[in-house]
Design a binder for this molecule. Structure first.
Ligand SMILES: Nc1ncnc2c1ncn2[C@@H]1O[C@H](COP(=O)(O)OP(=O)(O)OP(=O)(O)O)[C@@H](O)[C@H]1O
Ligand SMILES: [Mg+2]
Length: 360
C-alpha cells in the first residue's frame, strides 16, 4: 500500500510504451492522489491517450509500472481495475435506452435490481437527464449523450475516472457548461479523475493539478497557477496560455538585456551564477500595463499599435516595439483602455519586475 496516493490514487513509475520506433510514452513517473482532479495536456501525438490507456489496462506498458491504490496493475485486465472511462465519441450502446445504458455496467456487476434502479435515477437526475431515461442515444444531442456517457462510467463506482477529450466534439457553450458539471461531480463524489484535453484553458479552469506532456515525457506538473506563472521551460511558457517571449541576455544583478534595453527582473537564486548567459524573459499580456507618458521608472516600453482584437471584456493589442528587430508584443487592455487604443497610436507600457519570469 502506498500512503502517498491513497486507496484510489494512481501512481505511474517510470512508465514507457514503444510503438515500433515511436517512443509514445517515456519514463513517466507521476502520483495522482485519491480525490484529485489531474488534467493532462500537450500537443497532438505527445502520448496523452497512450498514457491513459495504460492506466485503464487496454495496453500494457513495456517499461515501468502502473499502481492503483498502491497495488501493481501488472496482469490485471481492464475489468479488474475498476476504472471508468469516457471517450470523445460518446460510445453509448445505440440499441439501448438511456436508462439501459446507465444500468448496463451494474447489471454486469450483478447488483440487485432495486439498487440499480435507484442508482440510475439519481445519476440521471445529477446531470439533468431524468426526463430522457427512455430515449435512445440517436434522439439526444451530443451534449446530452456525453452526459449519459459520463454517468454511465460513474455507475460502476469506479475508483478512478479516466476522461479522454470528452468534450472536444461539443460546441463551446455546451463544453463550458459540461466542464463545470464534471468538476462538480468530481468534487461531490471525491473520485480521482484524470482528464486528457488539448484545451489548456479548460485544464487550467477545472484542475487541481495539470501535467504537461511533450514527446512522451512530462514537461511540467503543477497547479494551474504554477504552470501559468512559473513555467519551467520555454515550451511550457509558450504552450500554456498566451505569452510574450523575449530572447536576451541575463547581465547579472537583476538586469536583463533585450534589444538594446535593460529590464529589471526578479531572478531565481541560481541566476547569479549565470551572468552573461542567454536567457528568456516571459511576460503575460495582462502584465503589460499602460504607463503615463511621464513615467520614467524601470521596465517601460513604447511602441505603435499594429493590431487589435476585441475579446469581450478586454482588447488584445499587438504593439510594434521600436527596436532593430521590429518585435511585436501582445498586451491585454481592459475595455476603456482597449477602446481608446487605435491602430497606429503610440502607446507606453510597463511591467513590474515580479510580473516577468526569467528562464535559462
Ligand atoms: N496503436 C498504435 N500504433 C502505433 N503508433 C501509435 C499507436 N497509438 C499511438 N501511436 C503513436 O504514439 C504517439 C502518441 O500517441 P497518442 O495517441 O498517445 O497521442 P495523444 O497525445 O493522445 O495525441 P492527440 O492529442 O492527437 O490525441 C503518436 O506518435 C502516435 O502516432
Ligand atoms: Mg489522444
Amino acid at each position: 500500500m502506498n500512503p502517498g496516493s491513497g486507496k484510489n490514487g494512481v501512481e505511474l513509475i517510470g512508465v514507457g510504451k514503444l510503438y515500433g520506433s515511436t517512443q509514445a510514452v517515456r519514463g513517466v513517473s507521476l502520483a495522482v492522489r485519491e480525490g484529485e482532479f489531474l488534467s493532462v495536456v500537450g500537443p497532438s501525438g505527445c502520448g496523452k491517450t497512450t498514457m491513459l490507456r495504460m492506466i485503464a489496462g487496454f495496453i500494457e506498458p513495456d517499461a515501468g509500472d502502473v499502481l492503483i491504490g498502491g497495488v501493481s496493475m501488472k496482469g490485471v485486465p481492464v475489468r479488474g481495475r475498476r476504472v471508468g472511462i469516457v471517450f470523445q465519441n460518446y460510445a453509448l450502446f445505440p440499441n439501448m435506452t438511456v436508462r439501459e445504458n446507465v444500468a448496463f455496467g451494474m447489471k454486469v456487476q450483478k447488483r440487485p435490481q432495486l439498487q440499480i434502479e435507484e442508482t440510475v435515477a439519481s445519476l440521471l437526475a445529477m446531470v439533468n437527464m431524468a426526463d430522457r431515461a427512455d430515449s435512445y442515444p440517436r434522439q439526444l444531442s451530443g451534449g446530452q449523450q456525453q452526459r449519459v456517457a459520463l454517468v454511465r462510467a460513474l455507475a460502476i463506482e469506479p475508483r478512478v475516472l479516466l476522461l479522454d477529450e470528452p468534450l472536444s466534439a461539443l460546441d463551446a457553450k455546451v463544453r463550458n457548461t459540461l466542464r463545470f458539471e464534471i468538476k462538480r461531480i468530481q468534487r461531490d463524489s471525491g473520485i480521482t479523475m484524470i482528464y486528457v484535453t488539448h484545451d489548456q484553458e479548460e485544464a487550467l479552469s477545472i484542475s487541481d493539478r495539470v501535467a504537461l506532456m511533450r514527446g512522451g515525457s512530462l514537461e511540467q506538473v503543477g497547479t494551474p497557477a504554477e504552470l501559468y506563472s512559473s513555467p519551467a521551460s520555454e515550451f511550457a511558457a509558450d504552450f500554456i496560455g498566451v505569452n510574450n517571449i523575449l530572447r536576451g541576455v541575463y547581465e547579472g544583478g537583476g538586469k536583463f538585456a533585450w534589444n538594446g534595453r535593460f529590464f529589471t527582473v526578479e531572478t531565481p537564486a541560481e541566476a547569479e551564477r549565470n551572468p552573461g548567459a542567454r536567457a528568456i524573459l516571459t511576460i503575460r499580456p495582462e502584465r503589460l500595463v499602460p504607463a503615463e507618458a511621464e513615467y520614467d521608472g524601470p521596465n517601460a516600453l513604447e511602441g505603435r499599435v499594429a493590431g487589435r482584437i476585441f475579446l469581450g471584456p478586454l482588447t488584445r493589442v499587438a504593439l510594434a516595439v521600436d527596436s532593430p528587430d521590429g518585435e511585436t508584443l501582445l498586451l491585454d487592455l481592459l475595455n476603456a483602455a482597449g477602446e481608446s487604443a487605435q491602430m497606429g497610436d503610440l502607446l507606453k507600457v510597463r511591467f513590474a519586475p515580479s510580473d516577468a519570469h526569467l528562464l535559462f
